[in-house]
Design a protein around this ligand. Structure first.
Ligand SMILES: *Cc1c(COP(=O)(O)O)cnc(C)c1O
Length: 397
């Protein structure tokens, strides 16, 4: 998956443009910048590739999620439905604006179970936030129907699945808002960075202002611009944006490489009767950044994961025990360990997750192994890896 594997001349040349002008900031300094507007350029390229009207480039994927929520007017006490299997950024972004993360089960797609989502809706629910983990997506058509029925926003976290699609639409563009991360380990990278996409002009305007201290960006004198509402600084630098300008042009090539490598491994593993692959919802096309599969039981999956590691198959993940991606290890959230006092709404409304029953998630995640698809492998390395994986996994019937 990682774009850092293929960092080269194109990225260097884009960064050099910025270094030559010396304008490292995305706003202002019009005269000095030699017409280089890397952040604007990347926003235009991203909006085009993602078939969305607007893109807002910001400092991280977590910032993009926070801004997406803020732009849609979500705030203190509003409930946001999110999956038990994701990255900590999901609840970080929700808590950042004083909203309440409502965790719900995942199913065999490794993403939000639509039935669990519907069951979790209350009169405070405002947003459903599916997270397209490990290169594949939630059942967006089922989730959209639920959101329409209950008048909720659909916010897609597509940070791990950029370039995948659902019913012909790029992931991130199906819902009301979609977010991407361009951190150093994502499919394409800015070093650090993120973006949101939307077709809603008001959300775009809000995101544009909110991510830059509320600046209205009218005229070309930052000092005299007004601030229609409170904001924050989530700006990306031109240096980071420049890296992304080169990387986005390579996205489709990266996806082709991932798909090719994935195909070789999948073909080999499909011959095993003890392995089931994660379900991709009807209408979905993965971005092939991971291959994820289920072993017959949690105990077997644990052993198989260790065996893969011992056989030298690197970059395979057993999420069930993972500190960052599965609710079981989020004791900081569960026990509300914040530095200072949390907003009163959060203290009052956050469910008592020490008592939560996520056995349905456990039943899937406990059996799951996901292996990263790397861009830099040679064909020989992929073939060898596929053969080793098959040989190791065959032992775990
Ligand atoms: C990486 C990631 C994020 C956050 O992105 P950062 O740019 O690292 O802040 C959010 N959600 C998911 C699913 C991610 O994988």
């Amino acid at each position: 998956m990682p774009g850092f594997e293929l960092f080269g001349e194109k990225e260097k040349s884009q960064v050099q443009d910025v270094l030559d002008s010396g304008v490292l900031m995305r706003y202002g300094f019009d005269g000095m910048r030699n017409n280089h507007w890397k952040a604007l350029e990347l926003e235009a390229a991203l909006a085009k590739r993602m078939e969305s009207k607007y893109a807002q480039l910001v400092s991280s994927g977590t910032a993009a999620l926070t801004i997406a929520l803020a732009s849609a007017g979500i705030g203190a006490g509003d409930e946001v439905i999110m999956p038990t299997f994701t990255f900590v950024a999901s609840f970080e972004s929700i808590l950042a604006i004083g909203a309440i993360p409502i965790l719900v089960d995942v199913d065999d797609t490794l993403t939000l179970d639509p039935v669990a989502v519907e069951n979790a809706i209350t009169d405070k629910t405002k947003v459903v936030m599916p997270v397209h983990m490990c290169g594949s997506m939630a059942d967006l058509s089922a989730l959209k129907a639920i959101c329409d029925k209950h008048d909720l926003l659909l916010l897609e976290d597509a940070c791990q699945a950029i370039g995948g699609s659902f019913e012909g639409k790029p992931l991130g563009s199906y819902g009301d808002l979609g977010c991407f991360s361009f951190d150093y380990v994502k499919t394409i990278t800015c070093g650090e960075g993120g973006a949101l996409i939307t077709n809603n002009e008001a959300y775009k305007t809000n995101a544009d202002h909110y991510s830059d201290h509320g600046h209205d960006h009218v005229g070309n004198n930052r000092g005299t611009e007004t601030h229609p509402f409170l904001g924050y600084n989530f700006r990306i630098s031109e240096l980071n944006a420049a890296v992304g300008c080169a990387q986005i042009e390579r996205l489709d090539n990266f996806l082709d490489i991932q798909q090719k490598h994935y195909g070789v491994i999948r073909k080999e593993l499909e011959t095993l009767s003890n392995i089931e692959f994660r379900r991709v919802p009807n209408g979905g096309v993965e971005n092939y950044s991971f291959i994820s599969f289920f072993l017959p039981s949690t105990a077997i999956a644990k052993k198989a994961h260790t065996a893969l590691d011992e056989a030298g198959v690197d970059a395979c993940f057993y999420w069930f025990d993972n500190n960052w991606h599965y609710y079981k290890k989020w004791e900081h959230l569960i026990q509300k360990k914040s530095l200072g006092k949390l907003p009163q709404e959060v203290l009052n409304q956050l469910p008592d997750y020490t008592k939560a029953d996520f056995s349905k998630s456990d039943a899937w995640i406990g059996r799951t192994i996901s292996c990263l698809i790397k861009l830099s492998w040679t064909d020989e390395q992929v073939a060898e890896r596929a053969a080793t994986m098959k040989e190791v996994l065959a032992r775990f019937a």
